[in-house]
Design a protein around this ligand. Structure first.
Ligand code: AZC
Length: 843
């Protein structure tokens, strides 16, 4: 490519190589330039918003230079790339992350200070990029950070929603949803109006036969919608590698509105096509762990998958390789079943458009894809009705039927005696109406299927995908335990602790790239000076959160109290209801005590945060109860500092960065076997908090790593859940724990407002089978909370547990996790820039 440019031109270009700022002076110059020229402002009207914009643009300039180089390097190297397809990327803020990953935050800090700003205030100006619901979307964001930091040639592909996850307001104790319009000013995206793909929907299929008798399918007619690429640079930490996240936005293929209709006075429908097309990427579906089967969602999925595959195939074809080499150049990871149509789409491209034989094409497809499952909850497993498919994607339905036919023939040959097997594993569920089971399609079309923590991977092998293990053998099903990026979740969120750890773990930030180096701090566990600093950092983080609580809720909490935090999406399986029942129990106990006894109690602040899906009635009831309990408890003069109950509005990534470092105890208390992994459990422990939790998800591996003396486990085990549930319904009367009955009695007597408002939560436990085993686990939960109080009273023991736990958390870096994917599933190698030693002081 380079050779095609004449020498004089090349010289002219090379003479003017752009460089980013390197020092403070340079940084200030760039900020001033952006304020004055890009933003058309001056020092007289540069407010914090403008200072944020200009700072971001100065950093963006640096990023873009490395981003271009990285892309060129990857193109020249022409080695295998991985494409991470995710309908959600919960990125949070970008500026702080860019400053730290590039290693120039201190430069920005002093530069901004010269110009009259505080870097913390500037960072706060940024709107979160909230293109995700919860764990699944945040995992994708952590993965992008690791992929870039480890120099893997990798692209993310997603949708550019105009509205991310809604903003939550709490009004009179109820959740109210407000749209999150976040694109007003977003310096982190680059529209690529020249990178577009036209995507087809509806229409019909015609088949033609050529002279040789070969049949070809043609998908014709229907609607076309245009996908436009928006690229977001993803900086690696302490490396120049900067990867690309490509998000697709939808618009009308024709581009203009209908003049004919306009002239005829039909103003509204003249822009109708435009609006209909733009609807596809307009909003993120706000459900976490729930599949609603809405047509627009399937449209989103195909739109995004087809655009991404077109892009990937286009890039591959430029290399002029033979098709059979495709899997040597391309690995595609499916983040849950949302992108499963990519399997069908690639098969369609290969057989309908590129003329390959079915078998050759299918072998390429299977080698290309890997599928990650994130849940065993039946209500979250995607199914689409055959009728909807037939209407929207008629050719894809035919291909799915063919995939299924060949698959079932294979199963029948292997298991001739098990007739029922065919019905059980068929990609088409013979229900009324017939449904396409997306998880089964994803398994059949991939070479590896993984769960996200050991227990979860065991569960998928032995329950929901059991038959497929029999069919394909055990090697296809692997575990890759989730991880988190220590850059955002320690270095960025908790700079005080990060610096303290750096001082003990080799004196540099290198531990952020090799998190196992954390173990060095265990040598200092008895060092009084270290312990004192440790405690001071936690207190400072708690004080900052207490100030925030005061500012946003008006409630005064003491930073000396035990901060007990449960922040995550509100879901019955995550059991926030059990937590608030426990809080009520604590309140009733305190009320029954004398003032002298109350004085001796361990003061607690119970902090909740999280969004309920707008249509999830029970989750909304839980939010309402938490707020109602808070309103009573926080204003009860008998109680004072002994107990406070806080609901923090609009939990998101940037709030998590403040809340997590301030916790003493966090709750990960799902019914055993329901939480696939959890990732905030890892974040809390990494920030020096302890966990109260069930034997579920990654809690189990956290326990193995940090030692069972450092975690408060309670409750029934996954293996007993089925029997317990069965007993609730069929085992005679279901006995509700006595202390839980007292809690119910208090709610029903109107202690927290109208009893009727909360009757659903009570009857679910008492009368409707208690599916999530709240009653079964309640006693052991309370006992364990009492133990927490006792241990916390002895601060020396507590701090020892915290330091020891952090020291042993090295395993949970998303770097380890990504390396496992790279080796076991993708078969890709890092592509090191010449100067990987890099642009940061980190290495
Ligand atoms: C979540 C799981 O509930 C959570 O346990 C896990 O840590 C996370 O994925 C990342 O793997 N799942 C989802 O958010 N959604 C679905 C559909 O599984």
């Amino acid at each position: 490519v380079e050779a095609s440019i004449p020498e004089p031109q090349r010289q002219a270009w090379l003479k003017h190589q752009i460089t980013g700022f390197e020092d403070k002076d340079d940084f200030e110059k760039q900020v001033v330039r952006h304020v004055e020229t890009t933003l058309a402002r001056s020092m007289f009207n540069c407010d914090e918003t403008a200072a944020y914009a200009a700072t971001s643009l100065a950093f963006r300039d640096r990023l873009v230079i490395e981003w271009n180089r990285t892309q060129q390097r990857q193109t020249f190297a022409d080695s295998k790339r991985v494409y991470y397809l995710s309908l959600e990327f919960l990125m949070g803020r970008a500026l702080d992350n860019a400053m730290l990953n590039i290693g120039l935050k201190d430069v920005a800090q002093s530069g901004l200070s010269d110009l009259g700003f505080r870097v913390e205030d500037i960072i706060q100006q940024e709107h979160d990029a909230a293109l995700g619901n919860g764990g699944l979307g945040r995992l994708a964001a952590c993965f992008l950070d690791s992929l870039a930091s480890l120099n893997y040639p990798a692209w993310g592909y997603g949708l550019r929603y105009r509205y991310g996850i809604f903003k939550q307001e709490i009004i009179d104790g109820y959740q109210v949803e407000v749209p999150d319009y976040w694109l007003d000013f977003n310096p982190w995206e680059f529209p690529r109006h020249d990178v577009t793909v036209d995507i087809q929907f509806y229409g019909s299929v015609n088949k033609t036969t050529d002279d040789t008798g070969k049949i070809t399918a043609h998908w014709e007619g229907g609607d076309t919608v245009r996908a436009v690429a928006y690229d977001v640079p993803i900086p690696g930490f302490a490396t120049p590698s900067t990867n690309n996240l490509r998000l697709w936005s939808s618009k009308a293929a024709s581009g203009e509105f209908d003049f004919q209709k306009f002239n005829n006075g039909d103003y509204e429908s003249s822009v109708g096509d435009q609006q209909r097309a733009e609807t596809i990427s307009a909003v993120l579906y706000p459900n976490d762990n729930l599949d609603r089967g809405k047509e627009l969602r399937l449209k989103q999925q195909y739109f995004w998958v087809a655009a991404s595959l077109y892009d990937i195939v286009r890039r591959f074809k430029k290399t002029k390789r033979a098709w059979r080499e495709f899997p040597d150049q391309v690995a595609i990871q499916l983040n849950d079943t949302h992108p499963t149509l990519a399997i069908v789409e690639l098969q369609r491209i290969l057989i309908d458009l590129e003329g390959l034989d079915w078998d050759d094409a299918w072998s390429i497809v299977q080698k290309t894809f890997g599928y990650t499952n994130h849940t065993v909850l039946p209500e979250a497993l995607e199914k689409w009705s055959v009728g909807l498919f037939q209407h929207l994607l008629p050719r894809h339905l035919q291909i799915i039927y063919d995939i299924n036919m060949y698959f079932l023939q294979f199963v029948e040959r292997s298991f001739p005696q098990d007739r029922d097997m065919l019905r059980r594993v068929s990609i088409i569920e013979e229900s009324q109406p017939k449904m396409v089971r997306m998880a089964y399609l994803a398994i059949v079309g991939s070479h590896k299927v993984n769960g996200v923590a050991e227990l979860h991977s065991d569960l998928i092998r032995t329950t929901i995908f059991k038959d497929f293990v029999a069919i394909y053998g055990p090697d296809k099903f692997v575990n890759v335990t989730n991880g988190i990026t220590p850059r955002r979740w320690l270095h960025q969120a908790n700079p005080g602790l990060s610096d303290l750890i750096a001082s003990k773990a080799g004196g540099s930030e290198h531990f952020l790239k090799d998190l196992t180096l954390l173990n060095k701090i265990e040598l200092s566990v008895d060092d009084p000076a270290f312990r004192k600093e440790w405690a001071a950092i936690k207190l400072a983080n708690k004080t900052r959160l207490a100030d925030y609580i005061k500012a946003t809720t008006g409630v005064e909490v003491s930073p000396k109290a035990l901060f007990d935090v449960q922040v995550k999406r509100i879901h019955e399986y995550k059991r926030q209801q059990m937590n608030i029942f426990g809080v009520i129990h604590r309140y009733l106990t305190l009320k029954a005590q004398t003032p002298a006894e109350r004085k001796k109690a361990q003061p607690r602040v119970n902090i909740f945060g999280g969004k309920a899906a707008p249509g999830y009635w029970m989750a909304k009831q839980i939010i309402h109860l938490i707020n109602s309990v808070g309103a009573v408890v926080n204003n009860d003069p008998d109680i004072g500092d002994a107990l406070k109950v806080i609901f923090l509005e609009d939990y998101n990534v940037s709030k998590a960065e403040m809340i997590i470092p301030a916790s003493d105890l966090s709750e990960h208390i799902s019914t055993a076997g329901t939480e696939a992994s959890g990732t905030s459990n890892m974040k809390f422990v990494l920030n020096g908090g302890l966990i109260i939790g069930t034997c579920d998800g990654a809690n189990i591996e956290i326990t193995r790593e940090i030692g069972e003396e450092n975690i408060f486990l309670f409750g029934n085990l996954a293996e007993d859940v089925d029997d317990l549930r069965h007993n609730h319904t069929y085992g005679g009367d279901h006995k509700v724990d006595a202390s839980l009955q007292k809690v119910f009695a208090a709610i029903e007597s109107g202690t927290f407002g109208s009893a009727q408002d909360f009757s659903g939560m009570i009857t679910a436990v008492r009368d409707h089978g208690d599916f999530y085993l709240v009653s079964d686990d309640f006693h052991s939960y309370l006992e364990t909370q009492d133990l927490v109080d006792k241990v916390y009273a002895d601060q020396e023991t507590w701090v020892t547990k915290c330091i020891t736990s952090v020291a042993r958390m090295g395993f949970f870096s998303s770097d380890r996790c990504i390396n496992e994917y790279a080796e076991e599933i993708w078969n890709i190698e890092p592509l090191k820039p010449e100067s990987a030693a890099g642009i940061s002081k980190g290495e």
